[in-house]
Design a protein around this ligand. Structure first.
Ligand SMILES: [Zn+2]
Ligand SMILES: [Zn+2]
Length: 627
């Protein structure tokens, strides 16, 4: 132990730390470091991050500052650290002070973190008091964004507020040497949330371990189970049972889109799919996304261990590993892969509340495995893949949201409402852009409600009052209409330009840039439909320097659903009026003489035949031509 220097040589060091420093064991770490170095003072969470004050000799304080950055907890990331030296006030010991809730809220909210190895050991150790407890967590893992209701991140500001800690949990929570020191969602079988199994109308059948056992039995029997997880409900069925999977598809009105699989273990995935080291890391990462993997040929041919109806005709499988203790326990007991698809009807947002689930999913599930820890906001499973040796997140939600993207130029408080399909929204504060979780296609009233909720939620969490709203150009998008309804100044941004700007922000590029935006169809600035654009990006805007050769889309929107129309449009551009007489071309042949006459008139007079440069439609047309 270092001897304390006399008060005259002492200084007080104040450090304000910004970044992902709440909910990662940062205060316990500071506590241990300060007591280890015999420095009195305090640490506290604030809406801006973590504040520390310690007193000691100047050299010790400098060492403290270095170790603070070097030895920080694994999940913490420091964005900035402001240190100042002040006159000492004579602290007696080191303490963790209650959070200071004042000031602007600029700390980062952490995403939910997959179960860590230590907690996994706890839940599968028969001697541990958390043996098979589905809500086990610690400062290195567990729920975060899905339970936070307000900043700073302290238990009363989470959906765990309703559970008072038992003596044993409180002792861990108070003990700086414990892995659960100030773990906000800390819980155990005595004091924490628990599971129940309900029938399809919400009648309770069993609880605790018994409920888990009954749930496992139901899945083995080919039934469909709705499971309340971390960010919403999953519908779960035996992935090897073709009949069960078909039943799930019929009930969910999901005809052929591939379904995701939750695998019992990494070994199973390796037998079924090709897994590179990077893909393996992604599967087992704290984010634990669904990873798109190439199936092994031998399992594609005969269906192998996965029912043919899981991903019909698809060379890839979307696979994830369990990421909460609840899923770990369920999958360990099942010992089979399950289909785990979001608990909703097609095009609706994922369901988060058990009572709502019974009314919305009652026709879809045979049983409900629910629990009493409320979900603060919906979070779908993220989807990622490895492309050209890089991780690419295709759907950014659980595990990733709401981490920000940093930009060079400070922005005023802004809300950006996104497009119509695969919507997500964002709020900007200075150099940080906080991107919401994936919301989905704004095609249903429920999806639009979720969209409005997320817009309000994100701004409220960060205490931001947007001064303007950025939106896509098409006035008929629901997101654009919402932007108009706020009454705030609008910044309308062309759809393909936003794609390039987003790509620039993600890759930290600044103008000038040549952006290639290949897309479906989007509202262009010249009245045509864009989608195969080469845009030169400057500081103040963009020039459309080149684009794919435009062709008409007979039937407009209808052509998106019927690629043979798109093919006829493309052929018309090449062959002119004669195209409708070309019986040797499959797409033309597929129309009756009367339909062909209508097509010819529509194309010649440009009635309901908008012109497009879309790459997506070009691919559709070529696919239709190839049959
Ligand atoms: Zn843990
Ligand atoms: Zn407890």
């Amino acid at each position: 132990m270092t001897s304390r220097s006399s008060i005259s040589q002492r200084e007080r060091l104040r450090v304000a730390i910004h970044g992902a420093v709440q909910g990662v064991g940062f205060r316990p770490f500071v506590y241990r470091l300060a007591t280890d170095m015999d420095l009195p003072g305090w640490v506290s969470n604030s809406p801006q991050g973590v504040l520390v004050e310690v007193e000691g000799s100047p050299e010790t304080l400098r060492t403290f500052l270095l170790r603070l950055q070097k030895e920080r907890p694994p999940r913490a990331s420091i964005q900035s650290l402001e240190a100042s030296f002040l006159a000492p006030v004579g602290f007696g010991r080191f303490e963790i002070r209650p959070s200071d809730g004042t000031g602007e809220r600029t700390t980062l909210i952490l995403p939910d973190i997959g179960t860590c190895a230590d907690c996994l050991r706890d839940i599968f150790d028969p001697a541990d008091r958390r043996y098979l407890y589905p809500f086990t967590n610690c400062t290195n893992c567990g729920p975060r964004f899905s339970i936070i209701q307000a900043l700073p991140y302290d238990r009363p500001n989470t959906t765990m507020a309703r559970f008072a800690m038992c003596e044993a949990c409180a002792a861990e929570y108070e003990n700086p040497g414990d892995r659960r020191f100030h773990a906000q969602p800390n819980a155990c079988p005595v004091c924490g949330p628990h599971v129940e199994l309900w029938d399809r109308v919400g009648g309770p059948l069993s609880t605790h371990g018994r409920a888990m056992g009954d749930a496992v039995e139901a899945i083995h029997a080919g039934q469909i189970l709705a499971v309340k997880g971390l960010g919403g409900f999953h519908l779960i069925a035996d992935a090897r049972n073709d009949e069960a999977v078909r039943l799930l598809r019929t009930r969910k009105h999901r005809e052929e889109k591939p379904l995701a699989i939750m695998a019992p273990c990494l070994d199973w995935i390796k037998v079924t799919c090709e897994v590179s080291p990077l893909e393996e890391r992604l599967l087992s990462s704290p984010e634990s996304p669904i990873v798109l993997l190439r199936r092994r040929r031998e399992t594609t041919d005969d269906g192998g261990s996965v029912a043919a109806s899981v991903a019909p005709g698809n060379p890839n499988l979307g696979v994830m590993l369990p990421y909460t203790p609840l899923h770990h326990i369920l999958l360990r007991e099942l010992a089979i892969p399950v289909v785990a698809t979001s608990g909703n009807l097609s095009d609706e947002p994922i369901c988060t509340d058990e009572r709502e689930a019974v009314s919305r999913l009652g026709g879809l599930a045979d049983f409900f495995l629910v629990h009493d820890r409320p979900i603060a906001r919906h979070l779908d499973d993220s989807v990622a893949r490895v492309l050209l040796g890089r991780e690419q997140v295709l759907r950014r939600a659980r595990g990733y949201a709401p981490l920000p993207v940093r930009v060079d130029r400070p922005l005023p408080p802004l809300l950006a409402v996104g497009g119509h399909l695969k919507n997500a929204v964002a709020v900007a504060n200075r150099t940080e852009v906080f991107i919401s979780q994936h919301i989905g296609d704004l095609e249903t009233a429920q999806a639009f409600d979720a969209f409005r909720r997320v817009c309000a939620d994100l701004a409220r969490l960060y205490g931001l009052e947007p001064g303007a709203v950025a939106c896509d150009a098409p006035p008929d998008y629901l997101s654009t209409r919402h932007a108009v309804s706020t009454g705030l100044p609008l910044i309308r941004v062309q759809h393909h330009y936003t794609h390039v700007l987003a790509c620039m922000a993600e890759n930290e590029l600044s103008a000038p840039v040549l952006g290639v935006s290949w897309d479906g169809t989007g509202y262009g600035l010249d009245g045509t439909v864009w989608g195969g654009e080469f845009l030169r990006i400057g500081d103040a805007g963009f020039d459309r320097v080149a684009y794919l050769r435009p062709f008409p889309l007979p039937g407009g929107e209808q052509a998106i659903k019927e690629p043979r129309r798109t093919a006829v449009g493309l052929l018309y551009e090449l062959l002119g009026d004669d195209v409708v007489t070309r019986d040797d071309l499959a797409p033309v042949r597929s129309f009756s003489p009367r339909e062909r006459a209508l097509l010819a008139r529509s194309l010649a007079r440009r009635i309901n035949a908008p012109v497009t440069s879309s790459a997506g439609r070009l691919f559709d047309a070529v696919a239709a031509l190839l049959g």
